[in-house]
Design a protein around this ligand. Sequence first.
Ligand code: F6R
Length: 611
Amino acid sequence: MCGIVGYVGSRPVTPLLLDALEKLEYRGYDSAGIAFMADNGIIIHKTRGRIADLRKIVDAATDDDDCTVGIGHTRWATHGEPSDVNSHPHLSRSKRVAVVHNGIIENYIELRHHLEAHGYVFSTETDSEVVSELIDYCYTGGDPVAAVRKAEQQLKGSYALGILFSDFPDQIIALRKDSPLIIGVGEGENFIASDIPAILKHTRSVFRLGERELAILTRKRVTVLDTFGNRVEHPIEHIDWDATAAEKGGYSHFMIKEIFEQPDAIAKTLAPRIKEDMSIDLGFKSITDDDLRGIDSIKITACGSAYHVGVVAKHFLKRILRIPVEAELASEFRYDDPIIDEHTLVIIVSQSGETLDTLYALREAKAHGARVVSIVNVVASSIANESEEVLYTWAGPEIAVATTKAYSTQLALIELFGLYMARVRGMLPEEEIISSIKALQNVPEGVQKLLDDVKSVQYIASLYFNCQDVFFIGRNMDYALSLEASLKLKEISYIHSEAYAAGELKHGTISLIEDGTLVIALCVYRPLLEKMLSNIKEVKARGAKVIAIINDDDVQTGTIADHIIRIPECTDITVPLMTIVPLQLFAYYIASLKGCDIDKPRNLAKSVTVE
Ligand code: F6R
């Protein structure tokens, strides 16, 4: 996820672009850049770092006098590490075309080879540089719109583009497919932006560019064309949000925004790795299929929610690979003299890629000669840099301290990795692997269904937001999910909560259950449903109030629980990815009703770089 902006008008363009980019920093903040039209052509300033770093460069340059047309970008690296050269905008070698891009060009390697064969030279590791050069290559008849459309025919993937042509100093061209782009309409000025907050200060009249529509922006007008070149008219929306709400896209908190981003984040993480023929492409360079066949045990190590991903994955991987799989807290792993060697695969999980305990666990694993795969969200972070292989979760920046979309993308990715490994080791019939891959592909849709109807979760939260203690219980996969559900609730609402393996209750904890104690029973793991029913009866008999999370077709649990939340149409592989969603929502709504500082809970930091 990155942020793009563009302006054509009569105001000084550089301060306007910098200010707009600051409002989009939540979409990416590892590098930034702007391009603007000057008398002698297109000028670019870009750098690794934040908008504040870019501002210093632009202020020092003083080359922007009277410039009133430009584009800008704030980056969240996916292809190529955050660096000055990989930052956007990308200027074609001919200096005729400058491009900012949000999205992923899936066939960039193929296009790069094609352009190289025609004498084009590339200097970045990005997928986006190919767009500026391809448009340049297609710009043969002096018609910029024709060039962009011709280039687009060859692009696969997702893109929101802002494009400058040096031959047309008074216009911007914009184009989008599968990445958001809005057009802001002003008096004698017009704007493009990935999101409304970027331009809210200047105009509240906006419309969303439709799929594969192209817009030509000049000071006087915005012309929108469909793929056939026909004019399209969009009704103008008036935005009446206040500026702070706008940064969260209209949501009250980043956490709820990120919960709602999960369908998209999961799709972005999985889709590029699943090919049309149902093969899985992990992009490994060093670990081969033979290496994976030689692995005799797996250790997953991480902290907090990332560790909880490991606990869910442990059950799944063990079941499909039939080798020992353990999940261990990184802070323990490191000091526990782990029994690992070159036949052990250590999977490191980290959103930030900077968690110190996890980084040290990674070093410990490497010191023992283990093979190491990391699942990381932040590109070129320390853990990513030091890992043998990295699988990136393309969830985009996560701002809320309590993780949601990083958790679910980590889980989706580790499951996909498990299927890959099961296939190379011949552990599952091919039909089962294909149906599991298809089930994973359907997760974004299933999660969306849960998010489309949050009323029952909101209602249940409204009944219990004053409670003092909550116990989450489950067995196997359900217990693994309980760990995360309980952490989510306690960290943002400050309600005391614990997760217990349901079978353990009677070995001590059940003495805490009294009249009115809230128990949340996870009952979606089908093989142990009967056992869970007995556990629910045990706590009900001691006066507990029970919220049960159940499969859609479960007709028994609802007859004994006080409330039920149904998870629609799940398979073994998709059930954890779906089940966590109402539990995240429950924690969020409880904390919201209590008036907590949800995005920045007390005592917590997003990235824990101390032991
Ligand atoms: C909880 C949460 C934390 C992190 C943990 C590891 O909501 O976000 O428990 O999961 O601090 O952080 P990363 O994944 O950055 O290594």
